[in-house]
Design a binder for this molecule. Structure first.
Ligand code: NAG
Ligand code: ZN
Length: 327
C-alpha cells in the first residue's frame, strides 16, 4: 500500500513525537516465519521516520524476502552496514538475533547517544530470514531430517547419490554455496543434490540468492556497503575470507583479522563467551563446536546471545564510522 505523501509526513511527525518503538516480538521463544513478517511490516509502518521495509524478492514457494533499512534519511548517500540472519533453515537463533539488533537500533534512538549517532550517520540493512521456505519446512516436524534441514526448498533433482544408492531424488540447494565466488571448486559433495551442501546447477540458480545479488548490485546500494555480517549457528567462530581454499587471503586480511579480534574481545565481555577467530564476516553463534548438531540452543539463551553479539557488532560499526563517515 502506498500512502499519500501528506499522510506519510503526518505519520513521521507522530512517531517522532512518541519516540520510536519496534512492534511486539517475543525473544524468549522461537517464532514462526509469519511472526517475523508481521514484525518487519509493523515496525516499519510504526516508525516511518527511521525504518523502511525492504522486499527484495520472493522464494521458490513465493514467500517474501523481507528486511528493513534503519537510519535517518539524509540528503547525501550514507555509508551502509549489512546484517543478516543467514540462509540456513535450521539456524533459528541467528534469525532471532537479527531481530535483537533491530530492537537495539530502533528502541534506543532517543535514549542512547551512540545509537543516535549510528542512525544519523549510517543506514543499516537487516534481513532476519533469507531462506523462508527452508525455515518454515524445518519448523514443520520434529523428525531430524526436517528439523535439521539446511537448504532452501528448490524442487527435487533426481541425479543425487548416497553411499549406497544412485539416481536419488532430493530437494533443496545450499544457498551459501549458490553464489558465483569459487562455485564448483570441488565435485563432491557440492554437486550432489542429496548433499546438505548442494550448490545448485549453476551460480545464482536460486531466487533467494539472486534477490540478494540484485539488491546489493542495485544503484541504491552499490558502493555504499562497508560491512557485511552474516549470522549462523553454531560454533562460536568469527570467520574471515577466504574459506574456499586453504591459505588464500584478501589484501586487507590483517585489517579484517585485527577488527575481528577486537569484536571477539567485546563479545567475551558479558558472560565470557570465547570466540575463536578463524579466517566480511560470518559469525557462528554459540554454543561452541563441542556439541554436535546444536543448531537450536534453548530459547532462553536468545537474549544473552543477542546482547553479547551486539557488543561485537558495535565494534565493527564503530570502525565503519571511523573509516567511512566524513567528519
Ligand atoms: C540436477 O543436478 C545436476 C548436478 O548439479 C545438474 O547438472 C542438473 O542441471 C540439475 N538439474 C536441474 C533440473 O536443476
Ligand atoms: Zn549456517
Amino acid at each position: 500500500m502506498k500512502w499519500p505523501r501528506i499522510l506519510q509526513l503526518l505519520a513521521v511527525l507522530i512517531s517522532t513525537a512518541l519516540g520510536y518503538r519496534t512492534a511486539h516480538f517475543d525473544l524468549q521463544r522461537y517464532n514462526d516465519f509469519p511472526d517475523f513478517q508481521t514484525y518487519l511490516v509493523r515496525t516499519s509502518r510504526d516508525n516511518p521516520g527511521i525504518v523502511r521495509l525492504l522486499h527484495i524478492g520472493n522464494s521458490h514457494e513465493g514467500r517474501p524476502l523481507l528486511g528493513v533499512m534503519i537510519g535517518k534519511p539524509r540528503n547525501h548517500k550514507k555509508p551502509m552496514v549489512w546484517l543478516d540472519g543467514g540462509n540456513h533453515a535450521r539456524e533459528w537463533p541467528a534469525f532471532h538475533v537479527a531481530v535483537y539488533f533491530i530492537e537495539q537500533l530502533v528502541n534506543n534512538y532517543d535514549s542512547d547517544k551512540k545509537i543516535k549517532m549510528y542512525l544519523d550517520e549510517l543506514d543499516f540493512l537487516i534481513f532476519p530470514v533469507l531462506n523462508p521456505d527452508g525455515f518454515v519446512y524445518s519448523r514443520s516436524d520434529y523428525k531430524a531430517t526436517i528439523r535439521h534441514w539446511r537448504k532452501n526448498r528448490a524442487p527435487e533433482n533426481c541425479t543425487g547419490t548416497t553411499a549406497s544408492r544412485k539416481e536419488l531424488c532430493c530437494e533443496g540447494v545450499d544457498l551459501n554455496r549458490n553464489y558465483d565466488f569459487a562455485f564448483s571448486q570441488s565435485l563432491y559433495p557440492f554437486n550432489n543434490p542429496c548433499s546438505d551442501e548442494y550448490q545448485g546447477p549453476e551460480p545464482f540458480s536460486e531466487p533467494e540468492s539472486r534477490a540478494v545479488r540484485d539488491f546489493i548490485l542495485s544503484p541504491q546500494i552499490n558502493g555504499r556497503l562497508h560491512a557485511v555480517v552474516s549470522l549462523h549457528t553454531h560454533g562460536q567462530l568469527l570467520i574471515l575470507p577466504y574459506n574456499s581454499r586453504r591459505r588464500t587471503y584478501p589484501e586487507d586480511f590483517w585489517q579484517l583479522k585485527e577488527l575481528a579480534d577486537r569484536a571477539a574481545e567485546a563479545m567475551a565481555g558479558l558472560r565470557n563467551t570465547k570466540y575463536k577467530v578463524k579466517y566480511v564476516y560470518v559469525i557462528e553463534l554459540p554454543p561452541d563446536m563441542k556439541t554436535w548438531f546444536a543448531f537450536q540452543i534453548k530459547p532462553h539463551w536468545l537474549i544473552p546471545i543477542g546482547k553479547e553479539t551486539w557488543s561485537g557488532i558495535k565494534v565493527i560499526v564503530d570502525q565503519v564510522i571511523r573509516e567511512f563517515v566524513d567528519k
